[in-house]
Design a protein around this ligand. Sequence first.
Ligand code: ADP
Length: 546
Amino acid sequence: MSTQREMALVALIDDITAVASATDDLEEAARATLSTVCEVTGWPLGHLGVPADDGEVFVSAGIWIGPIEDFPVLAEIAATTRFAPGTGVIGRVVATGEPVWSHDLTTDALAVRLLGGRDPGVRAAFAFPVIAVDGVVAVLQFFSEEVIPRDEPLLRVMTAIGYQLGRVADRRKIRDTAQAGRDRLQQIVDASVEGFVSTDAAGHVTEWNAAAARMFGRTREQVLGRLVHEAIVPERYRRADESGRARFLSTGQSKVLGRRLELAGARPDGSEFPIEIVVWATREANTWAFHAFIHDITERRRAEQALRRAYETEQQTVARLKELDAAKDAFIATVSHELRTPLTTLSGYLELLDDTDPVQRRMLEAMTRNAARLQNLVEDLLAVSALATDELAVNAAPVPVRQAVESAVHATRAQARSSNHRIEVETDAGVQNVTADHDLLVRAISALLSNAVKYSPINTPITVRAAPAEGRVAIAVTDHGVGIEAEDLPRVFERFYRTRYARDNAIQGVGLGLWLVKTIAEAHGGTITATSTPGEGSTFTLALPV
Ligand code: ADP
């Protein structure tokens, strides 16, 4: 090979390298390569083969360099053939990934079948692949009218050129992939229900999605290129916004970036609305860019305010109710005190009255009974109002259990006698004293006995049994009365709770007795429990520490 030709080939590589690095359009680079190669080699025809849609099979790209119209047979074969791997010169290149040389197509087994006996008007042909990362992406083919033997140096140069052109295809693919990623991101931003805003380092808006346009009442066209704080920040915060950005750019520090902030947004008419915003910064091509997602929280604020107002109203109501409750307690306390003294006087005189006349005696008994009931009620009311102010005073001292039980029986005597109830007392020998407030203990047992009388038929027995139980004394009052439904049982100790039975049958009482028993039991570190079978009777057990 002549030195001149060698130099021309080297220059060819340089030319193609320059073309290949200047473009990422493979077709453009291939065209330039075809004509340069034809020029340098003196071969008259250049042709481009490209993959058909399915990739495996190649077809003519319809791109020719040189007077193809002078070679109708060749033109027709190229235009109509699908070059599967192995078919014709192009198919061979695709199958091997290597350059192919045919010194005379008319005698070459590769072409004979395609020609079918016709004269293509050309003799020698060579072709080489453009090899990208994904494999062969194009084939460059050349024809001569003469028979020319295989030219190894030329093929080596062509192989190198094929790789150069492959880089063009690779760059294109990378660019397309990156673009697809950007497009996808853009779609997400556009479709987001959150406002999305980007700015350059100086704060000029570079991105503004549809949600931002709706929220701030400004179109993309109106804000692109404008300073962001002029577009969305209320006048009085603009300076702070600007200096925050400046500080970040000079020191890299920010109180704002990456945090969820609640701020005010401004519309063109100057109106403001609450927003939640997250800002972050990215560095691209040596300069900073800022981005933000923005959420209009007007609705949330409104709900919060409504909730706060409702809470305040409720607090006022509660305070008012408390005042009323205190006034009522004070009233009960005063009235009960006022009732106590005359009642005590009345009861005292009743006891002194002569009861020799049977009729008068019955009347006297009725009066005594009712006076006792009134006194009980007054005592309960006094206890309730004392407890409302946390004042149940417990004067604890050793109390003989038997004696306390008997005092209670004595206190309910009048009530029991009128309904013919017998009260039996059983005290276990092991039971001696409990440490308790004598009067409160008697009151508690009396309340249990009074209930037993009220809620059981006349003539049925009532028992009070005191027995030791696990380091305590258990005082159990059992009746054979109406009993209590299971669903009522846990509630009978509540203040003012009465069962339906008590209400429907107008049994005397206000629903305070058991509550008081429970309060007394707990003030002594004890408990009150109940078991009951509706229709058969109930047992209330007061357990106190010894
Ligand atoms: P009051 O008897 O004044 O209604 P209590 O607090 O003493 O209030 O009792 C609450 C409720 O428990 C009563 O209304 C009654 O329905 C039920 N109760 C209490 N003791 C008995 C009992 N021995 N047998 C059946 N029901 C009872």
